[in-house]
Design a protein around this ligand. Structure first.
Ligand code: PPE
Length: 306
């Protein structure tokens, strides 16, 4: 559940939470022509620290390029604005949601005729994405009937608002079928990712994760876990993974800003390993939480003071 905060940053001004409106004829609302981010700020012994803020804001700018969007703020300005939102709301642990969208009013597809872009950054309390129990015990997931969008129909590797219809369909289907989350495959039947998470497999002590050419979001948490795994000495590969291979995995887990490192205990009614989080998943999860909470000097550079 989202816990509202007091103020939201909108185009350089702080606006009360309840007044942070956009016009109903906004281009971004009708056509999904926005790009967004999800960033977590963690409470550490030294105060709040935003995890990999620059990497997230850089991805926002890069996603904008895919929509030919001129975001009217620099990387530094976006990072400063995010810190300001955390500060003015006196938040400690929170979730930060920046969005940049084509803001023209009226109908007509091509936004380049009136290319005004608005940017908003909100910060609010948001606990464990799939629940605290999910982090401890793992989640039950299904193979989605919806295919992950491909890079040939949309810039699938960019965090574009419109892309998320695909994820929303998969998330609704999984929830209505009684599962916690979905795994989506490409049109070529290789595993891609969850509706809002990247996917990892562990087999015989080695890790594998789908490559970016499957149309996945290049997750910041995915990159973090790849680094942690390599530093711990686990072999890691980015490669195609079939559904059958997922069924025979020793361990599966999701990564994401919201989902953090969430073990998967069941896929399509088949237990993953022994049906509980496996040892490598647990080790990576522990390392991840140690890093974000400032307990790993080696990864301090990932933590941004507000
Ligand atoms: N894939 C998708 C499709 C995705 O939306 C996310 C983040 C990831 C992978 C993981 O990326 P990263 O957060 O950089 O490690 N999903 C965000 C939104 C979730 C939502 O429900 O909204 C998030 O985790 O913040």
């Amino acid at each position: 559940m989202v816990e509202p905060s007091e103020q939201i940053w909108m185009d350089g001004k702080l606006v009360p939470w309840a007044e942070a409106h956009v016009h109903v004829l906004t281009h971004g609302l009708h056509y999904g022509t926005g790009v967004f981010e999800g960033i977590r700020c963690y409470e550490t012994e030294d105060g709040p620290r935003i995890f990999r803020l620059r990497d997230h804001m850089q991805r926002l700018l890069t996603s904008g390029v895919a929509l030919q969007m001129r975001i009217p703020y620099s990387l530094d300005q976006l990072c400063d604005a995010a810190k300001e939102v955390v500060r003015v709301n006196r938040l400690r642990a929170c979730y930060i949601r920046p969005i940049a969208y084509y803001a023209s009013i009226g109908a007509g597809l091509n936004p380049l005729k009136n290319p005004s872009v608005s940017v908003a950054i909100a910060a609010f309390g948001w606990g464990a994405y799939l629940g605290e129990k999910a982090l401890r015990e793992g989640v039950r997931v299904m193979s989605s009937s919806w295919r992950r969008i491909s890079n040939s129909s949309s810039p699938a590797n960019a965090k574009v608002c419109g892309n998320y219809v695909n994820s929303v369909l998969a998330a609704m289907e999984a929830s209505l079928a009684g599962f916690d989350e979905a795994i989506m495959y490409t049109d070529q039947n290789v595993a891609a990712e969850g509706s809002g998470e990247n996917l990892f497999l562990v087999k015989d002590g080695a890790l594998a994760t789908p490559g970016l050419n499957t149309g996945i979001l290049p997750g910041v948490t995915r990159a973090t876990v790849l680094t942690l795994a390599r530093d711990l000495g686990y072999p890691v590969e980015e490669r195609p993974i079939s559904r059958g291979e997922l069924y025979l995995a020793d361990e599966l887990f999701f990564t994401g800003t919201a989902a953090e490192v969430t073990p998967i205990r069941e896929l399509d009614h088949r237990l993953v390993g022994e049906g509980k989080p496996g040892p490598i998943t647990r080790r990576l999860q522990e390392k991840f939480f140690a890093a974000v909470k400032g307990h790993e000097p080696k990864y301090q550079a990932w933590l941004e003071p507000v």
